[in-house]
Design a protein around this ligand. Structure first.
Ligand code: GLA
Length: 388
């Protein structure tokens, strides 16, 4: 089985990579995890609840100072290196990295020392595990630490979301950033985005989570993600509400008696309203340890994302069906924004290794190549590690 690294991963290897690249030792490292969302997809920008957790895969930054009044960064994932003069207004090129740097320097109002940063990651990029939010939160944390500044978890999350909105053009909700900033080992976060209220729910040791990366990619900014947001707003306009999450299913049904069921905005609204209800159900099932009911809700979420919200793909549907055909899989679904990316499978305790083998054989039977497989665990949120 693939080894999925755990925290606190190998900071000495990170330190060595930094030293090889910059020729000096780093001062500190930042670990910024990815996230899995148990349930509550496309509900966060509709004022609804979500149930994510930070995971044991992360972006790592090792950071040292330089005397050149500039910020130099190397990203191992993309092979990109950039250098910024800190005296000037941050500039940007067309790359995502430069936009993130410009956003982070601007919003933190960075006036600290020159910095060398080596960014490394064991988080698959663009797979629906929030690699982008993980990078942004980590980058902000680096700049704050270098300036000896602190922000609360929620302030950090909101700043990272602002960078997505204003510098990357992705009108995302707040789920990813909150999970990454506030994650706790062994717990999922029931986040009610309307009130920004968090309840930590213990994830019992007798379920396991596997993530399978379909390797199909579609970037959020160019995908239909923003379009879904617009369709939800259109639904709000017809229904006379500010947020779709403020409606119950009964209210939605009675308000739309005369509307054709295949009307686009109504389908989107039906997904959001039913998904919000499923989040609360799954939270209860988690507390009660009722994994069969939990799995059914996970699979129902997939059907809704596929049929009503139209964010799944034929490949993903095949992967979900393959996962669900395994006897010890409680439920599976597409995860994250969709349009490709990865699936989440909820498994009985101890089943992950056998499930991986089973899944591999299913792919062979379907004449498909093996796909990256990760066992993920609820882990701590963003953290700073000081080298001695
Ligand atoms: C992306 C966004 C989140 C959320 C999910 C879909 O991960 O960043 O805010 O909307 O998609 O649930």
């Amino acid at each position: 089985m693939n080894e999925t690294p755990d925290i606190h991963d190998d900071f000495s290897a990170l330190s060595k990579k930094f030293a090889d690249y910059f020729g000096a030792a780093p001062l500190f490292a930042v670990r910024s995890p990815g996230r899995v969302n148990l349930i509550g997809e496309h509900t966060d920008y509709n004022g609804g609840p979500v149930l994510p957790f930070a995971i044991n895969l992360a972006t790592f930054f090792s950071v040292g100072e330089n005397n050149e009044r500039c910020l130099k960064i190397f990203s191992e994932a993309t092979g990109e290196s950039l250098s910024y003069g800190l005296e000037k207004t941050p500039h940007e090129t067309a790359t995502t990295l430069s936009k993130i740097l410009k956003g982070s320097l601007t919003l933190t109002g960075y006036i600290g020392p020159g910095l060398n940063i080596y960014a490394d990651s064991n988080l698959p990029i663009g797979a629906g595990l929030s690699s982008s939010a993980s990078f942004i939160v980590g980058m902000i944390r680096c700049l704050l630490t270098a300036q000896k500044k602190e922000l609360s978890h929620d302030e950090l999350a909101v700043m990272a979301q602002k960078i997505e909105h204003e510098f990357l053009g992705v009108h995302c909700g707040i789920m990813d950033q909150v999970a990454i900033c506030s994650g706790k080992k062994g717990a999922a976060i029931l986040l009610e985005t309307g009130k920004m209220e968090k309840t930590f729910l213990e994830v019992p040791g007798n379920i396991e989570f596997a993530v399978i990366d379909s390797l199909s990619r579609r970037s959020l900014a160019t995908s239909d993600y923003n379009q879904r947001g617009k369709e939800c707003l259109e639904a709000c306009k017809y229904l006379g509400v500010e947020h779709l999450a403020s409606l119950t299913m009964d209210e939605l049904n009675s308000a739309t008696l005369k509307i054709a069921p295949d009307t686009l905005w109504l389908k989107r609204a039906r997904h959001v309203v039913s998904e919000c209800e499923r989040v609360y159900q799954v939270a209860e099932h988690l507390k009660a340890g009722d994994f069969i009911a939990l799995g059914k809700a996970i699979s129902a979420s997939h059907q809704s994302l596929r049929n009503l919200f139209s964010v799944s793909t034929p490949l993903i549907n095949t992967l979900v069906a393959s996962a669900e055909s395994y006897p010890d899989c409680y439920g599976a679904r597409i995860m994250g924004a969709g349009f490709g990316g990865c699936i989440l499978a909820v498994l009985a305790k101890g089943a992950a290794a056998e499930f991986q083998e089973y899944f591999h054989q299913r792919l062979e039977q379907l004449n498909m190549s093996p796909l990256p497989f990760y066992v993920v665990k609820p882990s701590a949120g963003v953290s700073v590690w000081r080298f001695k």
